[in-house]
Ligand binder design. Structure first.
Ligand code: 13P
Ligand code: SF4
Length: 305
């Protein structure tokens, strides 16, 4: 039996589903029951009824959100140390410090945060709905963390005052993209459409024809008639883009844009996770209860629109 066959068998025997983020290795995306961006995966996890186990092939905060939104399921993260470094940049103490400075200002947190941080916010957002979430608030000033680039993007889009908390935090992978690389690629592919994730710098965003979450990029590529796309996000997305769009060409704007934490998950680790039912992700209920409220508010808003 191949490793893939063994995983397929374990999924069936244990009533497990595999959810994989768009940045996962191709072989994991190919075996997953669902591949998506962070909002889609959270929504799938929340709505999952049949399965007893959700194997979440991604990083810590995504699996934590699944455990918060569907507390009756066993949520597994195949690699114990698969952490998003940006999520680590915003601590509870930091949020409390900013709340003291701006007691009447709402706190919006990107889902790329730990559950303990989410417990201290008014509402969560993802890169797919950040603008919508901020626009929905009856406030002209908002505390927003932890991605400074996303905060600036939202400020430009909404015209509201967005205070980034902490002052400077970022995704190390998306910071690798440089507009100079795009300029060089554009000389080679003048008709290419440039798609950029909002975690990239302002300079990169200025070079974009389209800015969106990973799955929004997939939709844009499908619906756009262009034949060539320059893509500024983690390299894993290119597998899905190529698979879904035969006949179109996708070029990574920076060859080495890899999220090392996302790539910690391998087929072997997924197999072991399903076999030994590890590593179970749990969030203490007092924290989960508050974080759930912030996540559910986001879903209520996005489902309404
Ligand atoms: P998406 O929600 O666009 O998939 O982004 C998640 C992420 O971690 C980007 O680095
Ligand atoms: Fe975190 Fe960046 Fe990796 Fe996304 S790509 S999981 S934001 S480090």
């Amino acid at each position: 039996m191949t490793l893939v066959d063994k995983i397929v068998k374990l999924k069936k025997d244990k009533k497990a589903v595999v959810l994989a983020h768009n940045y996962q290795r191709p072989e994991i995306q190919d075996i997953a029951d669902y591949v998506g961006d962070s909002i889609e995966l959270s929504s799938k996890a929340m709505e999952e009824k049949e399965a007893e186990i959700i194997a979440f092939s991604a990083v810590d905060f995504m699996a934590e959100s699944a455990a918060i939104l569907n507390p009756n399921k066993k949520v597994l993260l195949p690699t114990l140390g698969a952490r998003c470094p940006m999520a680590q940049m915003l601590t509870v103490d930091e949020i409390k410090r900013w709340k003291v400075l701006h007691p009447l200002v709402p706190v919006v947190l990107y889902v790329n945060t730990l559950a303990s941080a989410k417990a201290y916010c008014d509402i969560c957002c993802t890169s797919a709905n950040a603008v919508e979430v901020i626009e929905s608030l009856n406030a002209e000033t908002v505390l927003f963390g932890p991605d400074r680039n996303l905060a600036e993007y939202v400020q430009r889009k909404t015209g509201k005052t967005i205070i980034p908390i902490p002052e400077w935090s970022f995704c190390p992978t998306h910071l690798l993209f440089q507009p100079e690389d795009v300029q060089i690629l554009k000389m080679q592919y003048p008709d290419a459409v440039v798609m950029v994730h909002p975690e990239c710098s302002f300079e990169m965003q200025k070079a974009a024809d389209f800015i969106g979450s990973t799955s929004q990029m997939c939709r844009h590529a499908r619906e756009n008639n262009a034949k060539t796309f320059i893509v500024a996000t983690e390299e894993g997305l290119l597998h899905r883009l190529r698979k879904d769009n035969s006949g179109k060409q996708f070029i990574l704007a920076y060859e080495y844009a890899v999220c090392p934490n996302m790539k910690l998950n391998t087929l072997e680790k997924l197999y072991m996770a399903l076999k030994e039912e590890k590593y179970v992700v749990t969030v203490p209920e007092p924290i989960a209860k508050k974080a759930r409220k912030a996540l559910e508010k986001m879903f209520e808003l996005t489902n309404k629109s």
